[in-house]
Design a binder for this molecule. Structure first.
Ligand code: F6P
Length: 553
């Protein structure tokens, strides 16, 4: 059987990109701009309320064409159609990945095992709407009749990062001052700090777990339940205050959640793609269902753009191909996400899970080893804070670091000239990364500042900034539920397209299982000094001993 990975790298399309890389090696970005005044206008695309300037990339029209040719060679169009119509694109679990159905206004005729998924989604949205309306109108109160003021969401990974990002990002849309808290970590500090901020009479607890088998979530759920009882809540009141979102209804019932407080999700939604499902309840309960539906509408608009726009004008496709370009042809190990919006401060973390859990893979869908790199390390932080922290390494370090700058044109909080300041910071960073500072420019600056000739020569090399760091700038008029939905969906599709090029299953995550298994073996040894530790290693044994020694003190 031919090896798909080798076929890819030996293909004419891949080789054309290798040639492109060699041709562009000696041409810095500042020269590409100097030689091509139309560049900024040509490398600018829009869709679903978002606009992308990708002119500060190491590309020419030929590169773009070659990247699109690579996507065509990988049958991107067919894979996209398979994703959207619900084929089992998650081949190792034989499941579709139908997150797009979660935001489809319907009807669209997609069925899984004979069930109309959009109809099911709409029915669940209807139930969410009812709950949200009851809570926000105060028709549904706490067990003492007091208004619900706080929601505590207990979940981890995809059952946490997406809702937390959206909940922070949509703060301007919060209804009735409703507060939302998140507990994820098995570190007892996480839940302890949240429980200190809430009262049982006025708090709803959402246990969010697709599998309802996740250790962190179940243990934190138990702690919350016990705290609730210890604080005067009764078993009947637990029934009023504890809700669950899960694909494992029986386990949620066994936990003590009443059946009509259980909201479904489905096997055909991956955890990291699930914020659009009832996993979004913490968001809907705080910003209202109308705003939650606006979020879904924005994501759906991006789905349509992804489906319909020609590849070279398709936001997720172009961003994905640029990522492949740096990852596989320039050996960039990382990709930075730099939102210039305080409301988007958790975007890097959400995208870290989305991208790294999806494309952190070492074999093709057929199980053969990849002969090239798959997903890079995704990291980042909010601007302008990052400029005073890690940007130094981007400017003068030795690594190639492609970055996405993300900024709205208008702020929800127009304080003094802050938004213009923020925008100026954003543009100055992408420009500095692109243009850099030459040795001659550094010398000229020092001369102008009155330094002696010796000092100029000594200091100038330290002031050189190589530049030529590529970046995208992604903009929206304002961060609204719609543009936020489109932004997150954009990155979901970007991840998918890269998975298609790399020929990996972007929808499984077998790598996280080994740690879970080993954790189950280690825990009994931490709790019981006499528990056997067969099959372990001397480092782990020694560290277990250190843990036990504290208990023996
Ligand atoms: O361990 C990784 C993971 O499986 C993620 O993919 C998932 O989002 C998270 O755990 C939480 O899983 P669950 O929603 O089933 O509790």
């Amino acid at each position: 059987m031919p090896d798909p990975a080798t076929e890819l790298t030996s293909s004419a399309e891949w080789q054309a990109l290798e040639a492109q890389r060699q041709a562009l090696d000696a041409i810095p970005l500042r020269q590409l701009f100097a030689d091509d005044p139309g560049r900024a206008r040509r490398y600018f695309i829009e869709g679903a309320g978002l606009a992308l300037d990708f002119s500060k990339n190491r590309i020419t029209d030929d590169t773009l064409q070659a990247l699109v040719a690579l996507a065509q060679r990988c049958n991107l169009g067919d894979h996209r159609a398979a994703l959207l119509r619900g084929d089992p694109v998650n081949v190792t679990e034989n499941r579709p990945a139908l997150h797009t159905a979660l935001r489809h206004p319907g009807p669209d005729g997609i069925t899984v095992d004979g069930v109309d998924v959009v109809a099911e989604v709409q029915a669940t949205l209807g139930r969410m709407e009812e709950l949200v309306a009851q809570v926000l109108s105060q028709a549904r109160t706490g067990f003492t009749g007091q208004t619900i003021t706080d929601v505590v969401s207990i979940g981890i990974g995809g059952s946490y990062l997406g809702p937390r990002l959206v909940s922070e990002a949509l703060q301007p849309y919060v209804q009735n001052g409703m507060r939302c808290h998140f507990v994820a970590n098995i570190d007892g500090t996480d839940i302890s700090e949240v429980l200190r901020q809430v009262r049982p009479e006025t708090t709803l607890f959402l246990i969010q777990s697709k599998s309802f088998r996740t250790q962190e979530t179940l243990k934190n759920g138990e702690v919350a339940r016990q705290w609730f009882l210890d604080q005067g809540g009764t078993e009947t009141a637990v029934g009023q205050h504890f809700l669950a979102v899960t694909a494992n209804g029986p386990a949620a019932e066994a936990f003590g959640i009443q059946p009509d407080n259980i909201f479904p999700m489905w096997d055909w939604v991956g955890g990291r793609y699930s914020l659009w499902s009832a996993i979004g309840l913490p968001v809907a309960l705080t910003v209202g269902m109308a705003n939650f539906r606006r979020l879904l509408a924005g994501a759906h608009a991006m789905d349509q753009h992804f489906q319909d726009a020609p590849l070279a004008q398709n936001l997720p496709v172009v961003m994905a191909l640029l990522g492949v370009w740096y990852n596989n042809f320039w050996q960039a190990d990382t990709h930075a996400i730099l939102p210039y919006d305080h409301y988007l401060r958790s975007l890097p973390e959400h995208l870290q899970q989305l991208d790294m859990e999806s494309n952190g893979k070492g074999v093709t869908t057929l199980g053969t080893a990849l002969g090239y790199d798959s997903g890079p390390v995704i990291w980042g932080g909010v601007g302008s804070n990052g400029q005073h922290a890690f940007h130094q390494l981007i400017h003068q370090g030795t690594r190639l670091i492609p970055a996405d700058f993300i900024i709205p044109l208008e702020s929800h909080n127009p304080v003094a000239s802050h938004h213009a300041d923020l925008f100026a910071n954003c543009l100055s960073q992408s420009r500095a990364m692109m243009t850099g500072k030459t040795l001659d420019e550094a010398r000229a600056e020092l001369v102008a500042d009155g330094y002696s000739a010796d000092e100029v020569e000594r200091l100038a090399p330290h002031k050189v900034i190589p530049g030529n760091q590529p970046s995208n700038t992604l903009m929206m008029d304002k961060l609204t539920p719609e543009t936020l939905g489109a932004l997150i969906a954009l990155y979901e599709h970007r991840t998918f397209v890269q998975g298609v090029i790399w020929q990996v299953d972007s929808f499984d995550q077998w790598g996280v299982e080994l740690g879970k298994q080993l954790g189950q073996e280690i825990l009994p040894r931490l709790l019981d000094d006499t528990a056997p530790g067969a099959g372990s290693d001397s480092s782990t044994d020694h560290l277990i001993d250190r843990f036990r020694s504290v208990r023996r003190r």
